[in-house]
Design a protein. Structure first.
Length: 708
């Protein structure tokens, strides 16, 4: 109900729209996917290749919030991993440039639809980050999916070839299209367009390396200064004009469009994409290319064919799914009234239960007449329901808000509860959701804020701190049933026990890093847990202090070791550094093995510290130690900062790289304090013989080297 209500509120505000577009289609799952769910050209669910298909679907206009989403990454997401922040910046993909319109050159033959020369008045709009190279644009490239491709070629001698090219390009997988892992291919559409600053007639090509995903799906091709354009121009013998110098005295190797040969007699093998000074660029010749960007934009703006603009890689989020399981999209289609939202009082639109899931493709709901056929809320006439359901990522974009007030009956969330609880202090999820769930939930919070559904107290972001756990890999690839590279946990538990499996996973790698599964690592953790068992059970703990513990309030090496270990494990757990916490416990066990006896306090401390990592064994050991009530109810051990403080450390002092003395320092002494202590040392003063130090090299907790 609340999911559908939010959808309707966004529809009312124009944030949700229905349109036709080239969409990612997974023929295995038989549904469309958002770009974020087809990253790398493969389906996020089945890992099979995704193709592009024209369809009319429902979209959420996430780019409306692109600027705010981008700005908050550096302003409010400092507790997120740098890798996730970088991925989101790249996915949003802000780029400044210009929109330039190229008028299509009229042809002598009239178009039946327009009654004038073909192309008369039509324009091709491009987005470019390099307006400084406009004078070097010699042809136009359109994506095969661009609506103008078939329209422009209609009635020309190229029409059949263009249709064949479009069909050929459709068969290239999306992954290959994104990676460029295919032969550059194209076809002349039969028409040309006019370069607004040179007046040249630029042939318009359909090219398979141009994607509708970015910009306008049209590219002004500057082969001298773009490698893909250069390779395409060489293949189809198209002109190349250099307009940015190479910052060297060497003559240009590029041919002149007018002469058709290299001006400098060279044979170029690549485009020059670097900075330089403009050449062959009319009134802008001699100008720095960066400065020329703004000046050329002013020119096309004055001509009425262009303007400065900002483009985003981020595209509208397609939320239509041809699946049964999902929230039905609350829309009704009426022949008389058009597209009609389901009234709020009629929510929720529920999924019917008499559905046959055939897997044949298309929405299963479309085959349930009792669901599809309904009355129009406006005219009460015959109407039909939308049969697509919403992407389940819509649910995950705001589910955590419902936790704030799960029984609230007046809306998705109680605003007061959300203001109290949000944002989430610590969130844990996979890096694979960086441009899916983790981006969508950020967007959703901003939308709900603007819809007055909630108000945050101190942030517009849903999550303060994020931990992205790594994957478990085997043979270098993430474990997956489809790949067959999995380890059966039942076999591990049967042979070694659940605690061994847990301990290995936590010890082998920091949680944010991938973990390579290792049978020898499992064996090592099993041996370690056996050592813990022996030292706490087989070696009967002594009730009285051992010689290592000493007498009195602060005495004893063991006492200090206990407090140091508690401190390290406690702080490492709080930082999610589980592997180093376990390492500290291992060092403690090694220390205890060096003692003749183990006190009850030392044994119980060990059991408590290892409990989060090996809960089953520690529960048993806790009972065997004479404790009752369960280890989960016991207090976590506290440490005395004074006792946990490390012993003094020895620092080597050198003068010009030669050892002169050693000093003892406190472990928490600052670098400046260590340097001052070194300079005040009598042996060092004597070795320096009154010379002033040129520099002092300090290697933390190891040495000070005074260079004189």
């Amino acid at each position: 109900k609340w999911e559908q209500l939010i959808f309707l509120k966004m529809y009312e505000k124009g944030i949700v729209t229905r349109k036709e577009a080239m969409l990612n289609w997974c023929s295995t799952c038989k549904t469309v996917l958002a770009n974020e769910q087809a990253e790398g050209g493969k389906c996020w669910r089945c890992d099979n290749e995704v193709n592009l298909k024209p369809m009319t679907q429902w979209f959420i206009k996430i780019p409306l919030y692109a600027e705010e989403l981008l700005a908050d990454i550096d302003k409010e997401m400092l507790g997120w991993p740098e890798r996730v922040r970088t991925i989101q910046k790249a996915w949003i993909g802000r780029s400044e440039g210009a929109v330039i319109r190229f008028r299509i050159a009229p042809s002598p033959s009239p178009s039946p639809s327009r009654g004038e020369g073909k192309g008369g008045g039509d324009t091709i709009e491009v987005f470019t980050t390099r307006p400084d190279t406009l004078y070097g644009a010699t042809f136009m490239s359109l994506a095969a999916e661009h609506p103008l491709v078939l329209e422009l070629s209609k009635g020309t001698a190229q029409e059949t070839k263009v249709k064949e090219f479009v069909e050929r390009t459709k068969k290239i997988g999306r992954l290959d299209r994104l990676s460029g892992n295919y032969e550059k291919d194209g076809v002349f559409t039969g028409v040309s367009c006019i370069n607004p600053v040179t007046g040249w007639e630029m042939p318009v090509y359909a090219a398979n390396f141009v994607l509708m995903d970015y910009g306008t799906g049209a590219v002004m091709a500057v082969p001298a200064h773009d490698q893909r354009d250069y390779e395409f121009a060489k293949k189809y013998n198209l002109p190349v004009k250099e307009v940015v110098s190479r910052l060297s005295a060497a003559p240009s190797p590029f041919p002149s469009p007018s002469r058709g040969e290299g001006e400098g007699g060279g044979d170029p093998t690549s485009a020059y994409e670097g900075p330089g000074t403009l050449i062959n660029s009319g009134e802008f010749t001699g100008m720095d290319n960066e400065k020329a960007k703004a000046e050329i934009i002013k020119l096309v703006k004055k001509q009425g064919v262009g303007n400065v603009t900002v483009n985003y890689k981020l595209k509208d989020w397609c939320i239509s799914r041809q699946r049964y399981w999902g929230a039905p999209i609350p829309i009704i289609y009426c022949d008389k009234c058009g597209t009609v939202p389901v009234p709020e009082k009629e929510l929720p639109v529920e999924l019917p239960k008499d559905v046959e899931l055939t897997g044949e493709g298309g929405s299963p709901l479309a085959k349930v007449s009792s669901f599809v056929n309904c009355k129009c809320p406006k005219c009460k006439g015959k109407a039909k329901r939308e049969t697509d359901t919403m992407d389940t990522f819509v649910e995950s974009s705001w589910y955590f808000l419902r936790y704030c007030s799960p029984k609230f009956a007046k809306g998705p969330v109680d605003p007061k509860a959300a203001k109290y609880w949000m944002p989430v202090d610590q969130y844990i999820g996979g890096i694979e959701h960086a441009v899916g769930h983790l981006l969508y939930c950020r967007f959703y919070m901003k939308v709900l804020r603007d819809l007055k559904v909630l108000e945050f107290s101190d942030s517009n972001e849903p999550v303060k701190k994020l931990l992205t756990q790594g994957m478990v890999t085997l043979g270098g690839a993430a474990m997956s049933k489809s790949r067959g590279n999995i380890v059966d946990p039942d076999l591990i538990i049967e042979k070694y026990g659940a605690d061994t499996a847990r301990l290995f996973i936590l010890f082998a790698s920091p949680p944010e890093k991938d973990l390579e599964w290792s049978d020898s690592g499992i064996e090592g953790c099993w041996r370690f847990l056996n050592r813990v068992w022996r030292i706490t059970v087989a070696r009967t703990p002594s009730p009285s202090p051992s010689p290592l513990e000493g007498e009195g309030e602060g005495g004893g090496v063991l006492e200090r070791q206990i407090h140091k270990t508690i401190k390290r494990v406690t702080e490492d757990i709080e930082r999610f550094h589980f592997n180093t916490a376990i390492s500290a416990i291992m060092e403690f066990v090694n220390f205890l093995y060096s003692a003749e006896t183990v006190s009850k306090k030392a044994a119980e401390t060990l059991i408590l510290l290892i409990a989060p990592f090996a809960p089953h064994m520690s529960e048993e050991l806790w009972l065997l130690s004479g404790n009752r009530g369960g280890i989960a109810k016991a207090e976590w051990p506290a440490f005395d900062p004074a006792k946990a403080k490390a012993e003094k450390m020895t620092i080597v002092i050198q003068v010009n790289g030669k050892l002169r003395d050693k000093i003892e320092i406190e472990p928490d002494a600052s670098a400046e304090a260590v340097k001052e202590a070194a300079l005040a040392n009598e042996k060092i003063i004597h070795a320096m013989s009154g010379a002033k130090p040129k520099k002092i090299i300090f290697v933390p907790w190891k040495l000070v080297n005074i260079v004189i």
